[in-house]
Design a protein around this ligand. Structure first.
Ligand code: NAD
Length: 575
């Protein structure tokens, strides 16, 4: 028996609205049959369209009766979702709402995220994702991603093969030991790979079916989690040393076998492992660490933009970092490379970068320095430098970059001293979340009499000082990693190199307009993020071709190829 379509259920035209990618074809594309029907189809978030299944699809795919009769458009569904999200009182409730949508209907999720990126990004990633991770086990509804523990040792390949999608191109992996600025959250850190990959798709255009979040659950040393009966990770202390390294090694090898085309991004590892693993694998596989290299790239872009305001060259800057961890050393290393590209020797470039850690100034008199700090342990004759104010007075930096995770370290005296030393001091308060920022935008502008060039890790509102409106830039890694990922995936790069991050920084800085700079904004608006990511991807792809790292032939029109590759959150017609 065939069922006749009732007249009122007209087939909606899917929305193709998009700012910068031409709609590929107006014809129905029926090459995307989901391969499942009925209730199974409604439960597959990658293919589910919910009430937007047309009557014809409902007939052919065994969906009749399983949905309310009226057919919605994607636009109408998105309107419903955003209205409901806005009705929620707390950001955490909004985070949970969006996560549930991701579990039901990915196309709709990405439609809502891309159409409202500035509003939604802080809800699905920092700062809200931090709370989401802290409460992961208590909020838990449905599993997402892969968990790998020491009990799978010898069988990690099989675990990877359990993942239902075979063409994985981007993996984000964490071991949960340093989740944002929140410390060891063990398996509850899974919110980070999930959230980060959502941004790869929403900002970069990596198809969601090609992404895979992974947590290496190597235990946790967080006593609160170990005692929590609801905690969902292994309630055991972390494995370390050889046992840890062997597990990571097997995991890396298994990824190469099961997902040979995948970019493997390490995320939120504690810094003793982050630096080591990056060094170990960066020349062997296609991998990078966003906490080190992505942060460096977005900050270098901020320095380039600031230079357009101050008319100083990068090589004119003397940078004092408050903090000497993943972010700080990553930025320092990339800045040194960029200064060398502008003519300095490595020694000259390093001499322009100074670091403070939790103990004191990183210098040659110290005998307690970790390996990653040693290149910056300069000799000097300033005598003891016990605190940041003393360091500012001794070193006379042009730029102060806060990446220690310690709130309010840029005191009134320090900002005033920076303003006394420099006509236009650079003050980057990058520690997250907002409550950990080294100073607020208001403090930076008002204590420097409006002369500071400021940016932060977490967003600060626009500030008006003496009649001038300042728009504080947010040095968000999301400007960089989605574009780098897209570029690497587009050309099948064999490696990810620092040169790619330097070029990504340059490409990002070029997209900052004179209008942005007039307001003190060092980055373009996030609303342009898909266009920004495509430009960064192009710059990264150029490096891949130049360095012979690409595995696919160079297309005639690289920019168009990249734009065409970007996933669009639009429904496909299945029948
Ligand atoms: P990390 O743990 O690797 O490094 C922290 C560093 O700060 C260490 O060197 C530590 O010795 C130092 N430190 C701690 N207390 C200090 C004190 N009182 N005085 C001076 N130094 C002190 O962490 P990380 O990955 O480098 O991240 C640091 C901060 O940077 C975090 O708040 C993180 O959110 C932020 N961050 C921001 C961005 C961004 O804005 N795009 C990106 C990455 C990290």
């Amino acid at each position: 028996m065939t069922t006749k379509s009732p007249k009122r259920a007209s087939t909606p035209v899917p929305s193709h609205a998009n700012g910068f990618v031409a709609s590929r074809s107006a014809k129905a594309d029926t090459s995307h049959h989901p391969g499942r029907t009925g209730i199974d189809l409604l439960h597959d978030p990658l293919y589910n369209k919910g009430t937007a299944f047309t009557y014809k699809e409902r007939q052919k795919l065994g969906l009749l009766g399983l949905l309310p009769p009226r057919v919605s458009t994607l636009k109408a569904q998105a309107t419903r979702v955003i209205a409901n999200v806005r009705k929620r009182v707390t950001d955490l409730e909004k985070y949970v709402d969006m996560l549930s949508l991701l579990d039901r209907n990915e196309t709709l999720y990405y439609r809502v995220v891309t159409d409202n990126i500035e509003e939604i990004m802080p809800l699905i990633y920092t700062p809200t994702v931090g709370k989401g991770c802290q409460l992961y086990a208590h909020l838990f509804r449905r599993s997402r991603g892969l968990f790998i523990t020491k009990y799978e040792k010898g069988h990690i390949k099989e675990v990877l093969q359990n993942w239902p999608r075979k063409d994985v191109r981007v993996i984000v992996v964490t071991d949960g030991q340093r989740i944002l600025g929140l410390g060891d959250l063990g398996a509850s850190g899974m919110g980070i790979p999930v959230g980060k990959l959502a941004l790869y798709t929403a900002c970069g255009g990596i198809p969601p079916g090609q992404t895979l979040p992974i947590t290496l659950d190597v235990g946790t040393n967080n006593p609160a989690l170990l005692e929590d009966p609801l905690y969902l990770g292994l309630p055991e202390k972390r494995i370390e040393g050889k046992e840890y390294d062997d597990l990571v090694q097997e995991f890396v090898e298994a990824v190469q076998e099961v997902f040979p085309k995948a970019l493997l991004q390490f995320e939120d590892f504690a810094n003793h492992n982050a630096f080591r693993l990056l060094e170990k694998y960066r020349d062997e596989i296609c991998t990078f660490n966003d906490d080190i290299q992505g942060t460096a790239s977005v900050t270098l872009a901020g320095l380039y933009s600031a230079g357009r305001i101050t008319k100083r060259k990068l090589t004119d800057e003397v940078i004092l970092f408050h903090g000497a961890g993943e972010a700080a050393i990553g930025i320092g290393d990339l800045v040194v490379g960029a200064m060398m590209a502008e003519g300095l020797t490595k020694e000259q470039a390093k001499a322009r970068c100074w670091f403070m850690d939790s103990k004191s100034l990183v210098d040659a008199s110290r005998t307690d320095l970790q390996h990653h700090k040693l290149p910056y342990a300069h000799k000097h004759n300033h005598g003891p430098v016990p605190n940041l104010l003393a360091a500012v007075k001794a070193i006379k930096p042009t730029a102060l970059i806060g990446v220690s995770g310690m709130a309010q370290q840029f005191t009134k005296e320090i900002i005033e001293e920076m303003a006394r030393l420099n006509k236009r001091p650079l003050i980057f308060a990058l520690s997250n979340p907002t409550s950990n920022a080294e100073c607020s935008a208001e403090q930076a502008y008002s204590l420097s009499d409006g002369r500071a060039i400021f940016c932060s890790g977490s967003p600060f509102p626009t500030y008006v000082y003496k009649g001038q409106t300042f728009v504080p830039g947010q040095g968000n890694n999301a400007y960089i990693f989605p574009g780098v990922g897209l570029g690497v995936v587009a050309v099948g790069s064999k490696r990810v190199t620092d040169e790619m991050f330097a070029e990504a920084a340059r490409a990002l800085a070029l997209l900052v307009t004179e209008e942005d700079l007039k307001q003190g904004a060092l980055f373009p608006p996030l609303t342009k993020i898909r266009e920004i990511s495509a430009r960064i991807a192009e710059a990264v792809a150029e490096v891949c071709y130049k360095r012979k790292l690409a595995t696919v032939p160079r297309p005639k029109d690289l920019r168009k190829t990249i734009l065409d590759m970007q996933y669009q959150p639009e429904y496909k017609e299945y029948v």
